[in-house]
Design a protein around this ligand. Structure first.
Ligand code: IVH
Length: 676
């Protein structure tokens, strides 16, 4: 025997075969059964081993090897494929009445009281045909005109949920043709579009278009990068007895390794059919893939054959469509809404259009960035989407239909509700009105926050009362709470005289507060309780805080540039300052102090006091240390910075010496204090 150096040994052949089977099993666990058993890294390692084996011994390669899933050499054109049996379309029903008529026709034809239907979602993807010979995937084709499609075998090999080799070795069909849908999951579509945009490429309009574009790539390596999925919904086999029912056929497909939709069901009669329609409709937006209806097929295959076909559609099946989730309409105007938190949302006023089952007249444009990215203009034709209960949104502009006179839309610089300045923080997508205390859109929210327990703590001023006070225009700003009289309060719905008096009293009581509560109560964006407390301690008085510029604020420990800016923007809005002045005039007050400069942790010095001081008591010394933002501790440790020793010091003095902590006498201490 002449030895060929490159001839793989039996052992290598077996290893390659074992790797293929293992990889396909894990592929199936991951993509079909959704329960992976190994990590991506483990899969990759096995995959690399197989690639290296096949590279070293090209005669080991085979068409059903998982290494084929990465794509192959680009084609110059797709070959045509004659379908063995035509790939048909389905007749459509939009109303329950049409489905009832379908069921009546079926029952009359098969002479049965009630018929079982195999029901499944109607996927919004593209139909493909997959041919297996002796269990190996040999040819995949698009539907084309129903008679002739395109040979996209290489591309379909890259779709991980399509088995390259079927799992049952015994009783394999000589020839099996499986039909089903290629589609893209919504989440995969979003991620793909994000990648496209990041790479400066065009985004796809919807998952269906993305799936179609990906499948019809001449370079299958491009297809391999696209997250395509497959669901099988029909099969035909040669040379063996046909299945009894559609469901049995689907179960066989599951058994030999195909993904079949888990939402499928066998339903009984017209009531079962209509209940299924409603059930899937309720789940529609939660499904990971887009569907445009459900399909009912007579479950018994002998009846299917008996019913046959009309022109290009089977008589035994019908698609029951859901209302389209997208429609095209015209933008009549763009308005800006101000939300409870001051967020500005551009909204498109639309030529009314029936979409997602309701008539839509407004659609959100989300925020400034989205508005500019989509470049929606008044007069544009736009694709509007309403899926389930979500707020209708403008998806895209039909640029080819744009009239010549349109202009880009700009968000206003001042709030359309109160006229305060509109600001947008760095790194934020949302522009906001800065008139937190005065803006009518934010009034209820601002009042509730102002009155809340941890802010001004006005007992009894809850949502029900605030709603009325705002709606009756009795209160426009928090300051006006303090001028309400008992008669006005007693006039509110469900407010007895006694509770009016009580509310009046708790409003009165809230006049006496603390600076930190007052700052927190203002509802400054990004200023929570903790920051309010830091500000109060650091500045000691409201006026000092009001005078602080952005730079000064940002120097306060724990206050970053974003918070500093929010504070400046808030106090920079004259309307807000006015309300603060009115609050003070209405008698809201608190104790003010010098303020204690807050220090970063590493700047804080820890003192321990011992013995009797001459010029002050120990408490006074403590106050002076704390006034500078430093700390006094009770015991000496390695972390103590200074021990201040007066006359007749105690054991703390000895401990300081033992630990090598600096000991100061009174004079040295006073000198040090000046420099700290
Ligand atoms: S059965 C003989 N089942 O709908 C009937 N089709 O109008 C063959 N489709 O292009 C189709 N989901 O791609 C069937 N569960 C489903 C389907 C489905 C989507 C598509 C199919 C075809 C079109 C027929």
């Amino acid at each position: 025997m002449t030895a060929r150096a490159a001839h793989p040994t039996r052992a290598l052949q077996e290893r390659a075969q074992a790797l293929r089977e293992t990889l396909e099993r894990h592929n199936r666990l991951y993509y079909v059964l959704d329960r992976p058993e190994i990590t991506d890294a483990e899969y990759d390692a096995l995959f690399r081993e197989l690639v290296e084996l096949e590279d070293a011994h090209p005669e080991l390669a085979s068409a059903d090897s998982p290494t084929q899933r990465v794509g192959a050499k680009a084609l110059t054109a797709f070959a045509s494929v004659q379908h063995r049996t035509p790939m048909l379309s389905l007749s459509n029903a939009f109303e329950a009445e049409e489905v009832r008529a379908f069921d009546r026709r079926i029952r009359a034809a098969v002479e049965s009281e009630a018929v079982d239907y195999a029901a499944e979602p109607k996927f919004d993807g593209l139909a493909v045909s997959l041919v297996y010979q002796n269990g190996i995937f040999v040819q995949g084709a698009t539907r084309g005109d129903g008679m002739t499609g395109e040979d996209v075998t290489q591309n379909l090999r890259t779709v991980h949920s399509i088995p390259l080799r079927l799992t049952t070795p015994s009783g394999r069909d000589d020839v099996l043709e499986v039909r089903g849908e290629v589609l893209m999951f919504k989440s995969d579509f979003d991620a793909l579009n994000a990648r496209q945009r990041a790479a400066g490429e065009k985004a796809f309009v919807n998952p269906r278009n993305a799936a179609a574009g990906s499948l019809r790539q001449l370079d299958s390596r491009v297809t391999a990068q696209r997250p395509l999925r497959f669901f099988a919904y029909a099969a035909e086999r040669a040379g063996r007895a046909p299945w009894g029912t559609h469901e049995e056929m689907l179960e066989h497909l599951v058994a030999i390794g195909f993904p079949v939709c888990a939402e499928r069901a066998v339903v009984h009669g017209i009531d079962g059919v209509l209940a299924y329609y409603a059930k899937i409709e309720a789940r529609r937006t939660k499904l990971p893939y887009a569907i445009d209806g459900v399909v009912y097929k007579v479950n018994r295959l002998d009846w299917q054959r008996q019913l046959g076909f009309v022109s290009r559609a089977p008589r035994f099946a019908i698609a029951h469509k859901y209302p389209a989730e997208e429609q095209v309409t015209e933008v009549l105007a763009i308005e800006v809404q101000v939300g409870r938190t001051g967020a500005l949302t551009p909204v498109a006023r639309l030529q009314p259009v029936f979409v997602g089952g309701v008539t839509v007249t407004n659609a959100t444009l989300h925020n400034e960035d989205e508005l500019h990215r989509k470049d929606v203009r008044v007069g544009d034709s736009v694709v509007v989407r309403r899926a389930g209960d979500v707020i209708p949104e403008v998806v895209s502009v039909r640029l080819e239909r744009r009239p010549p006179s349109t202009r880009p839309f700009k968000l206003p610089g001042s709030c359309p509700v109160c006229g305060s300045k509109v600001v947008r923080e760095a790194g934020e997508a949302i522009a906001r009105c800065s008139g937190g205390l005065v803006c009518a859109a934010q009034r209820k929210q601002a009042l509730l926050h102002f009155a809340s327990r941890r802010a001004m703590d006005i007992d009894g001023l809850g949502e029900r009362i605030v709603d009325q006070l705002v709606e009756l225009e009795l209160v426009r700003t928090p300051a006006e709470l303090y001028t309400l009289d008992e008669a006005q309060l007693a006039g509110l719905d469900r407010m007895a005289e006694k509770s009016a008096a009580k509310l009046k009293a708790s409003i009165g009581k809230s006049r006496q507060t603390t600076l930190e509560r007052f700052i927190y109560a203002l509802g400054i964006r990004n200023v929570g309780e903790r920051t309010a407390r830091d500000l109060a301690r650091h500045f000691g008085s409201l006026d000092r805080l009001l005078r602080a510029d952005e730079e000064t604020l940002a120097q306060v420990p724990d206050i970053g540039p974003i918070v500093a800016r929010s504070i400046c923007q808030f106090f920079g809005e004259p309307h807000n300052r006015q309300v603060i002045e009115t609050l003070r005039k209405a008698g809201v007050h608190w104790r003010e102090g010098e303020g204690t400069p807050l220090r970063a942790a590493e700047e804080v010095r820890t003192f321990v006091l011992t013995g009797t001081l001459e010029s002050m008591t120990r408490d006074q010394a403590r106050e002076r240390i704390e006034a500078k933002g430093h700390k006094v501790a009770g015991t000496v440790s390695k972390k103590t910075h200074y021990v201040v020793a007066g006359a007749e010091p105690g054991s703390k003095f000895e401990r300081a010496q033992a630990l090598g902590v600096t000991v100061l006498d009174e004079r040295a201490f006073l000198k040090l204090l000046e420099t700290l």
